[in-house]
Design a protein around this ligand. Structure first.
Ligand code: 4UW
Length: 565
């Protein structure tokens, strides 16, 4: 029995001498579907405005011209995009790549401190910001020493008495009107394998003690490779094109955020490359999403499990015409067989599939083919070019059907974490899986210390470090209980500090106040998805092994047992 798992299909050549921007606009790859069809690449949800490839290319090049002329952005500078989804988000990325600079995308729900952290570790020097989150960006920029004249707005809309920020539209007009001031980044054969394109935030696969997230170094080649892997996966489908789950010409919703690798790599790059049109939605609102599906005759929906749960249950689903929908693909957190079956029962004309991805493999690893022989709840088959092994706890390789940690090699692997390059060519995913007889990947648990709330990463160590900064806390351990809608609900076990303990001894009601204070403290200091939604439990001691390492599993199991009762 084989212990090394690989998709049978072949992987076409991956160009190693192009930037992401050149690949998207100019590369005549055999798998390319888009160049032959006239449809739009992007549609703005609110207005219906359509942007075709040539217009996006012109906007990208004009913006690159302004970024170079006004701020001298060039090789290896880091530019941070801090914005919800926007039709100019892709142009901003590709303009930065035209100049050889690096993009770091930040979660628009970040607090000032969270953004400061990302700006510091990535050493970003210029910000492209949505007016909705401008006050956060302004405070964070000033904190790290980025002057206000280095903030660009992705669209007009804010009034700042001190600084008049240019917006992307103005810069495009300005850039189109002036002579070309930049030399486009061109790569020699092989150079795309080391040239950084993105610094994407992730909590890592091993759990960094008491640390926040770190930045994953993804090259131009990694992105191009994953787009080709994904396109090869789609086009290897044995069914006639008219019955396939993903097809050129399909219209899809880009409602999952572009800052996250799922939206960034899979939706923004792979789906456009494969000839789909993206309806760009800045904010998730379920009823608004149903309206957009009806209005734009959406065929393919990229989802996370909470969206699938809403599609299964929400009464408004009956009020809209969803007959155009062919496929719903869920990913970023486990989708249970039960939800898969419920959605199929409610929308029988829809294929329901699941994908598994990880930022460090930039990004798609496996995806279901949505045919009848598939095991419900499985995360599909490995994409072409990915070689997988399953490692048992004793270090030996698992046979098919046996559980263990998934380790993979892929041309799309990132170079490692900023300041900590990994070169051995294997990614230890931190996920416990089974690869079964049908070569399906079934994710059964997470070994790494990472929570997923609505598909967003939450590092327990980050919340623990933050709690330890509070004067009422002597020690802390964050675990989660499970919830069908959110995935993980964070719960903190806290050992009160001596002063807090003394207050509790005087007045037992103080314990409740301390719990509320800590919930509020996290609510104010951290993004909405990092909240302690399962509460705080006060305990005498956090279990540790003799070398002082948290025994998180013990508390996790205790919390999950208690939640069942
Ligand atoms: N089941 C169980 C899953 C699953 C999962 C992810 O934030 P990151 O680094 O990355 C992602 C990417 C998801 C993704 C990308 C492209 C795509 O097509 C698709 O499906 C349609 C999904 O989530 O988190 C990586 C970690 O998230 C967990 C797992 O622990 C992994 O290591 N995870 N997908 N289907 N768990």
């Amino acid at each position: 029995m084989s212990q090394i798992h690989e998709f049978g299909g072949s992987l076409p050549a991956i160009p190693d001498d192009v930037t992401v921007a050149q690949f998207m606009f100019d590369c005549h790859h055999p798998l390319r579907q888009e160049l032959d069809k006239p449809g739009a690449w992007l549609i703005e949800d609110a207005t219906g405005r359509e942007l075709v490839r040539e217009e996006i290319r012109a906007r990208t090049d004009a913006l690159a011209n302004s970024l170079s002329a006004r701020w001298q952005i060039r090789d290896d500078d880091v530019v941070c995009i801090f914005s919800p989804n926007h039709v100019d988000y892709p142009s901003a990325i590709w303009a930065i790549h035209r100049l050889g600079a690096i993009v770091t995308t930040a979660n628009p729900s970040y607090t000032v401190d969270e953004l400061v952290y990302q700006l510091k570790i990535t050493r970003a020097t210029l910000l492209i910001v949505h007016p909705w989150v401008y006050p956060i960006a302004r405070a964070a920029a000033l904190d790290v020493g980025i002057t206000l004249d280095r903030i660009i707005l992705i669209e007009s809309g804010t009034h700042d008495a001190e600084a008049k920020h240019p917006n992307v539209q103005e810069l495009i007009e300005e850039g189109a009107g002036r002579p070309k001031s930049f030399v486009e980044c061109k790569l020699k054969p092989g150079e795309a394998k080391t040239k950084l394109a993105f610094l994407s935030m992730s909590s890592g696969t091993t759990g960094l003690p008491k640390a926040n997230e770190t930045a994953v170094m993804a090259t131009h080649y990694a992105l191009v490779a994953n787009v080709i892997q994904t396109a090869a996966f789609f086009s290897s489908d044995a069914r006639p094109l008219t019955q396939q789950p993903v097809r050129p010409g399909f219209v899809t919703l880009a409602v999952l955020p572009f800052f996250h690798a799922y939206g960034l790599v899979y939706i923004m790059h792979s789906l456009i490359f494969y000839g789909l049109t993206l309806v760009v939605v800045p904010k998730f609102d379920f009823t608004g999403m149903l309206r957009s599906i009806e209005q734009y005759r959406i065929n393919y929906i990229c989802a996370v499990p909470p969206m699938v749960a809403l599609l299964c249950k929400h009464p408004d689903v009956e009020k809209y015409d969803l007959s155009s929908v062919n496929t719903v693909a869920s990913g970023a957190a486990p989708l249970t067989a039960e939800l898969t079956n419920r959605l199929t029962a409610r929308l029988p004309h829809v294929l329901v599939g699941q994908g598994y991805g990880i930022t460090e493999a930039f990004v798609l690893v496996s995806m279901s083919r949505t045919d009848d022989s598939e095991t419900p709840g499985a995360s599909g088959m490995l994409a072409p070019g990915i070689v997988a092994r399953v490692l048992k706890e004793d270090g030996s390789l698992a046979q098919r059907g046996e559980p263990g940690q998934l380790i993979i090699s892929s041309p799309a692997l990132a170079l490692g974490y900023l300041g900590n390059a990994q070169a051995d060519g294997w990614l230890y995913t931190g996920d416990e899986v089974i690869i079964n007889e049908k070569a399906e990947v079934i994710i059964i648990d997470r070994i790494k210390e990472l929570l997923k709330v609505k598909g967003f990463q939450v590092a327990p160590a980050e919340l623990e470090g933050f709690l330890l900064d509070h004067p009422d806390v002597a020690d802390a351990c964050v675990v989660s209980i499970q919830d069908e809608y959110n995935g993980d609900l964070p719960l903190a076990y806290v050992v009160p500090s001596a002063s807090a303990q003394a207050r509790i001894e005087k007045d037992s009601a103080e314990a409740g106040r301390i719990k509320m204070t800590l919930i509020k403290y996290v609510a104010e200091g951290k993004a909405h998805y990092k909240q302690l939604t399962a509460g705080v439990e006060l305990v005498d001691v956090i279990p540790k092994n003799p070398s002082g390492k948290l025994l998180r599993r013990v508390l996790r199991d205790r919390a999950r047992e208690a939640a069942k009762q």
